[in-house]
Design a protein around this ligand. Structure first.
Ligand SMILES: *Cc1c(COP(=O)(O)O)cnc(C)c1O
Length: 413
């Protein structure tokens, strides 16, 4: 496609998105206020940015950051730490923190994210299974790509056995379906607690933060976990993860993060916490930019006849757009185009490889300032039928616009 046509397609798509964009602006404003209120409430000061060394006793920057997250999430307690290496690590801490031998875990949004498979059920690696924790999952039901919890199946599971924790993910993972909204999580929590008040509800919040005005913590999730190199790090946090929710449970997770004799009393970070505070502050706006970019990709490729999600007037519930290419060449071309128009490593050609934790080969276009950051514009996909590209992020909307037009330019020559 020539440059002029690509630009015209993008402008047409934007015109169709004006109401969606206005809605996203309103959500960003609401969340910015929420974050600002939390900063004021915690009296965040410059000295909180300072780094610490060694044990990190009385690390006020770390403690305040944890309180700040708890405030933003309107929950009792939170752990935020650069020592959590990824989202998978945060989710693993959440699970190991609260589950004990003999307990049962039930995932209700289908199988958990690919990298959790080994965490839950691999042999001889120190998985939940190795520690005698039983596990099962229930697939989502779907109507018109809108996922629904299978409440009948959940009910019979809860009535027939003791279930310590229910697990659900907001984001779509690698599947061509819409993400789950917080209102659905609320319905799930009410449903579960009515049948079995002691069963915990644990949420994989990756890609969900600031997409709506409310979070799972607002509707009674016992714990939720996520990555700082996705939404809530605002593209500025260099690494890390969080777990937030009920005070007593967060404490259990802290014992797992460090040691039962230590909890959150220790943990230093010599570089200082500036990017964590600044990233959180920027996150509502950055997430809005990413969402706008995401909708723009979806609308434009949908106009071209590709199956995309979201599509039409669908509200986005995570920052991801799925585009079904139907063949490997187109998919790889698309990812190459995204890499070419990245600020970092634009000279690099992404190739499919065997990534740790994934079953199929995965191609990843990620020309990001922070390695692997997917709040920055990125595209990735397992190389398998029906060859769906998952596009997410974009620190600025303008980058998404240029990237979209570049991918269109590569299409059909
Ligand atoms: C990214 C992601 C994870 C894992 O996070 P990593 O930081 O890649 O380890 C888990 N669940 C969902 C839904 C995700 O999007």
């Amino acid at each position: 496609m020539d440059k002029f046509t690509a630009r015209q397609m993008r402008i047409n798509a934007e015109a169709k998105l004006s109401r969606q964009f206005a809605r996203l602006d309103e959500i960003a404003l609401y969340n910015q206020q929420k974050v600002l209120d939390a900063f004021k409430n915690q009296s965040v000061q410059l000295r909180h940015m300072n780094g610490t060394t060694g044990y990190g006793y009385d690390d006020i920057g770390r403690d305040t950051l944890c309180k700040l997250y708890a405030d933003v999430f309107r929950c009792e307690s939170a752990i935020v730490s650069p020592n959590i290496v990824s989202g998978t690590h945060a989710l693993t801490l959440m699970l190991f923190g609260v589950l004990r031998p003999g307990d049962k875990l039930l995932a209700v949004s289908g199988k958990p994210y690919d990298t959790l498979t080994d965490v839950i059920s691999a042999d001889n690696v120190g998985s939940l299974k190795d520690f005698g924790i039983d596990y099962d999952y229930i697939e989502l039901k779907e109507s018109d790509k809108i996922p629904q919890f299978d409440f009948d199946a959940i009910k019979s599971a809860l009535k027939s056995q003791k279930i310590k924790a229910i697990f659900a993910a907001r984001s779509r993972g690698y599947s061509l379906r819409q993400a789950i909204c917080v209102e659905q999580i609320e319905e799930l929590i009410k449903f579960v607690k009515e049948i079995s008040p002691d069963t915990l509800v644990l949420i994989d919040n990756c890609y969900g933060e600031f997409v709506q005005k409310i979070e799972p913590s607002d509707v009674g999730a016992d714990l939720m976990a996520g990555s700082l190199i996705k939404n809530i790090g605002g593209g500025i946090a260099p690494t890390g993860g969080y777990i937030a929710g009920n005070r007593h449970l967060v404490k259990q997770v802290a014992y797992r993060l460090t040691a039962p004799s230590i909890g959150m009393e220790e943990g230093s970070y010599a570089y200082g916490y500036l990017p964590y505070y600044q990233g959180l502050f920027a996150a509502p706006s950055v997430v809005r930019n990413a969402l706008k970019g995401s909708l723009l990709f979806a609308q434009t490729y949908s106009d071209l006849g590709y199956e995309t999600l979201p599509c039409g007037d669908m509200k986005p519930y995570d920052i991801v757009t799925s585009i079904k290419f139907g063949n490997a060449t187109k998919l790889i071309d698309f990812c190459e185009a995204i890499q070419e128009i990245s600020p970092i490593d634009s000279n690099v050609k992404p190739v499919p490889w065997d990534m740790p934790g994934y079953q199929d080969q995965v191609i990843m276009a990620a020309g990001a300032f922070v390695q692997g950051s997917s709040i920055e514009l990125s595209a990735d996909s397992p190389i398998k039928e029906p060859y769906i590209a998952y596009v997410q992020g974009g620190l600025t909307y303008e980058h998404a616009v240029l990237a979209l037009e570049h991918t269109l330019g590569k299409l059909n020559g």
